[in-house]
Design a protein around this ligand. Structure first.
Ligand SMILES: C[C@@](CO)(OP(=O)(O)O)[C@H](O)COP(=O)(O)OP(=O)(O)OC[C@H]1O[C@@H](n2ccc(N)nc2=O)[C@H](O)[C@@H]1O
Ligand SMILES: Nc1ncnc2c1ncn2[C@@H]1O[C@H](COP(=O)(O)OP(=O)(O)O)[C@@H](O)[C@H]1O
Length: 321
């Protein structure tokens, strides 16, 4: 009898930047209470899953050498939780997974979370589980605080650990220049450094989120630029003092404003329009303050099945520093 092997499923998933990241006190469970506004950007990873007798994981692309290929990879955490949820053997999922990275690793752009979200979406389809958005989102929150947003995409207000989401109206498209650093930064280290700085110097905190939500609704990048804020920026700069120079160089190159993305060390620069972003990227790449520069726009959709093969993915616009 002929057995039908399901075709591989490829899901494309975006990076994120936090336009507003207000960090509260550490909770008893070690997490910090957040008020954050995520925006999904057009830097993406592709995750392909296929049925296989021999399980395996292959990672290619941006920073692939730094990504764990064993059980620590977040895609396996996603698969284990999904298998448990639907009564399959979590230790023997019979899958081969391939990740093509375009999102910087340990860059504060939720690359690992993105891959986990993509794996959830892809395996849901491959195993024909037909889990809805809410069910997938609940599993996503168990993988990591950023994973529900990677599934949802767009622009969203996050509370709790960042996993409770409400979509936010963002008129028009915003144009960004992304400066990638030479080495990643650890998320727990950045939160730990923030706690240390606050214990030493008191509680410097960014303002309320409402004005930023209004700027997003207006679609005016100049208004938005004035309101970008990230409580983790001081911690990231303290751990990686060179970021101060990167942030300055982006603004000198003509960006409206620059911000450390999440826990860093990637910096994101908001520009007036797409042409200006290309110009700023070229100038910033010549300033020698970062490893490489990309242009990106947002908001874009969350994890989504793509029909084309990953080999045909568009090459992201890039300027080498
Ligand atoms: C800082 C942010 C901003 O969006 O993103 P990144 O810069 O990592 O991309 C997130 O809060 C990162 O979320 P994520 O990377 O999913 O973190 P998790 O796996 O849930 O947690 C990793 C560790 O980060 C710290 N953590 C995370 C979230 C939170 N609200 N408070 C925390 O203190 C904890 O030390 C936790 O053990
Ligand atoms: N699929 C994955 N892609 C990238 N990193 C991963 C992945 N799975 C696990 N990791 C681990 O997660 C750490 C954080 O990576 P990442 O999610 O890219 O950054 P960030 O938390 O700063 O947004 C990495 O150092 C790596 O060890």
């Amino acid at each position: 009898m002929l057995s039908v092997v399901p075709t591989p499923i490829t899901v494309r998933v975006p990076a994120k930047v936090n336009l507003h990241l207000s960090v509260g006190d550490a909770r008893p469970d070690g997490y910090h209470e957040l008020v954050t506004v995520f925006q999904a950007l057009s830097l993406t990873d592709d995750v392909t899953v296929m049925a296989a007798d021999e399980p395996g994981l292959e990672v290619k692309g941006e920073g692939a050498d730094e990504v764990p290929t064993g059980p620590d990879n977040l895609v396996w955490k996603a698969v284990r939780l999904l298998a448990e949820h639907c009564g399959r053997d979590p230790e023997n999922p019979g899958l081969h997974i391939s990740i093509n990275k375009g999102i910087p690793v340990a860059g504060g752009m939720a690359g690992g979370s993105a891959d986990a979200a993509a794996a959830l979406q892809a395996v849901n389809q491959l195993w024909r589980l037909e889990l809805g958005r809410d069910e997938l989102s609940e599993i996503a929150g168990k993988i990591g605080s950023d994973v529900p947003f990677s599934l949802q995409g767009g622009t969203a207000l996050g509370t709790g650990r960042g996993e409770r989401l409400v979509p936010v109206l963002a008129r028009h498209t915003f144009h960004w220049v992304i400066a990638l650093d030479r080495e990643g930064l650890s998320t727990p280290a950045a939160y730990g450094e923030l706690d240390r700085l606050r214990a030493e110097n008191g509680n410097g905190r960014i303002g309320e989120v409402e004005p930023l939500l209004e700027a997003l609704a207006s679609g005016d990048p100049r208004q938005l630029a004035l309101l970008l804020g990230n409580d983790l920026q001081a911690a990231a700069v303290s751990l990686r003092p060179g970021l101060r120079r990167t942030l300055r160089a982006g603004v000198q190159a003509g960006a409206l404003a620059g911000i450390v993305s999440g826990s860093g060390p990637t910096c994101a620069f908001l520009c007036t329009d797409a042409d200006e972003a290309v110009r700023v990227a070229a100038e910033l790449s010549g300033a020698g303050v970062c490893r490489t520069v990309r242009v990106a726009h947002g908001p874009v959709p969350g994890a989504k099945v793509v029909s084309e093969e990953p080999a045909n993915r568009p090459t992201p616009p890039q300027v080498h520093a």
